[in-house]
Every structure is written in structure tokens, then in C-alpha cells.
Write a protein that binds this ligand. Structure first.
Ligand SMILES: Nc1ncnc2c1ncn2[C@@H]1O[C@H](COP(=O)(O)OP(=O)(O)O)[C@@H](O)[C@H]1O
Ligand SMILES: [Mg+2]
Length: 265
């Protein structure tokens, strides 16, 4: 699996410089987690990696480079906090929406190919909601809707997955379940997960970064010990969580203060 490197990346919305000279490598087949306060530029960074930052007042610098020398376009799946399910389509139709949009045969026949349907059922089985395949999103709980969103991401079957606070809107227990499930189903993919939740980052991340300041800078990586998803009774994890919470609190309070690097290990 290839690495993805962001080199000397900068982005400004008009006069609002979000970050500059930012360097980050997403290790191939590993999870990188990014923490940071609201408005610091996390989604912007994700959009820059995905190549979604064109606009008249947007200025970008730097480049995104894949270790295998090929373009990143077409190799990314995206999962966001809003499940973005189509309210009029049932679960099966939501999970296969990417396929249907790309498929000429679907437009002709208005019927899913058997193998696509089977693949969708397998994925729905994996995320534990195959019995909801014919339900509309309005009849599902928040956790079930995020499972559908995860299934749709898995259906895309891309090597790189960018996740923007995907579990922020669900309750704490459902969040733990979804973390475990995603970790299991997205093994071997290159994942960049943005989260507000230090525990989530520490359970799932092989590398954990904190984006802070204005323009925003990245702290040195924290490399939590042990295999993911890390268990809640891991003492070192709990200690790191305390330190990270403290640091997140301070950086939200000291807006504009200097970034201290490498103070957690
Ligand atoms: N399309 C845009 N045009 C202008 N400003 C934007 C745009 N998108 C985001 N911003 C601003 O950039 C900053 C960072 O936004 P964002 O990346 O969404 O932050 P985060 O995801 O960390 O909460 C915020 O101040 C936000 O208002
Ligand atoms: Mg955001």
C-alpha cells in the first residue's frame, strides 16, 4: 500500500490563511487520526487531500503525492459526519448509489446487476444491518444510518478512506461499536480520520496528530502502543487521553499562542 504525502501545503480563503508549509505523511495501510478544535482547518485539510479545494477566492500551495507515483484521484472514498443518505431511497439503493451513478447498464435497465446486489448484501451483512436493506433512512436510528454510510463507503472499495468526524453524532456506546467495526472492515486501507474525540483517535490511530494555531500547525505524531482497536482498559491509553484532553483544552483557550511540539509521548 502506498504512502500519501502532503508537501508544504498551504491554503487561504481570501485573506484567511488556514495553514501554510504543512507537511504530513499518511502511511500506507495505516490509520492516521487528526484532532483539533472547531474551525482550525481539519475539513479543509481533508478536502485539500481529496482535491476538492477549487474556488475563486481559494489559494493553495504545495502538493499531494502518492508513493507509487500515480494520481490519488479515483482512489478515495469519503465518509462524513452527516450520513448524507438519500431520504427517498431504501438502504440497498443508498449503498449502491455510487454504482448506479456510474453504471450505464443501470440507466438502461433500472435494475442492479446481480453481482452488485450480492456485494451490497455482503457489505450490509458485515455492518450488521442486512435485515434493513428495504428500509428508508427515516426508519433507522442514528447508529444504523451511520452503518449504512459505512456500508456505502465499503461498497466503493477504495484503498484510501477519508473520514470527517464520522461518529460524532452518535451516542458513546454506538460510537465504540462503530469504531470497532470500521477498524475491522477497513484494515489494510490508508485511512485519515478526523475526530474531536481523543479517545477515538487513540483507539484507532497508528499515528495521532493535533492540528492547532492560526495558521494551523501539526504537532509531532503520537504513536499509541498496541494493536487497534485499542481496549479501554489500556492504562497507557487512558493516560494519553488525559494529556491530550488537557492539551486540546489549552489550545482552544490560548487561541493564537505558539504551538508546542512533542510534549506528549
Ligand atoms: N469555502 C470556504 N470559504 C471561506 N471560508 C471557509 C470555507 N470553508 C471553511 N472556511 C473557514 O475556514 C476555517 C476552517 O474551516 P474547517 O476546515 O471547516 O474547520 P474544521 O473542520 O477544523 O472545523 C473556518 O474559519 C471556516 O469558517
Ligand atoms: Mg470540519
Amino acid at each position: 500500500m502506498f504512502d500519501i504525502s502532503l508537501r508544504n501545503a498551504g491554503l487561504a480563503y481570501g485573506d484567511n490563511q488556514i495553514f501554510r508549509n504543512l507537511n504530513l505523511t499518511l502511511e500506507g495501510g495505516r490509520w492516521t487520526c487528526l484532532l483539533g478544535g472547531s474551525g482550525v482547518g481539519k475539513t479543509t485539510l481533508l478536502r485539500m487531500i481529496a482535491g476538492l479545494t477549487s474556488g475563486r477566492s481559494i489559494r493553495t500551495q504545495g502538493e499531494v503525492v502518492c508513493g507509487d507515483g500515480l494520481p490519488l484521484q479515483g482512489r478515495i472514498a469519503w465518509m462524513s459526519q452527516e450520513d448524507s443518505l438519500l431520504p427517498w431511497a431504501d438502504v440497498m439503493d443508498n449503498v449502491t448509489v455510487g454504482h448506479r451513478l456510474r453504471s450505464r447498464s443501470w440507466f438502461r435497465k433500472k435494475k442492479l446487476d446481480t453481482e452488485v446486489k450480492e456485494q451490497a448484501l455482503t457489505v450490509l451483512e458485515q455492518v450488521g444491518i442486512v435485515d434493513k436493506a428495504c428500509e428508508l433512512p427515516q426508519n433507522l436510528s442514528g447508529g444504523q444510518r451511520q452503518r449504512v454510510a459505512l456500508a456505502r463507503t465499503l461498497m466503493e472499495d477504495r484503498p484510501v478512506v477519508l473520514m470527517d468526524e464520522p461518529f460524532a453524532a452518535v451516542d458513546a456506546i454506538t460510537r465504540l461499536d462503530l469504531q470497532d467495526l470500521s477498524c475491522q472492515l477497513l484494515t489494510d486501507r490508508t485511512v485519515l480520520l478526523i475526530t474531536h474525540d481523543p479517545l477515538e483517535a487513540l483507539r484507532l490511530g497508528h499515528h495521532v496528530y493535533h492540528l492547532r494555531g492560526k495558521p494551523a500547525e501539526l504537532t509531532d505524531a503520537i504513536i499509541p502502543p498496541g494493536q487497534t482497536p485499542r481496549s479501554l482498559d489500556n492504562e497507557k491509553l487512558m493516560m494519553l487521553q488525559g494529556k491530550l484532553l488537557d492539551r486540546l483544552r489549552h489550545s482552544e483557550h490560548d487561541e493564537g499562542s505558539r504551538v508546542h511540539k512533542g510534549d506528549i509521548q
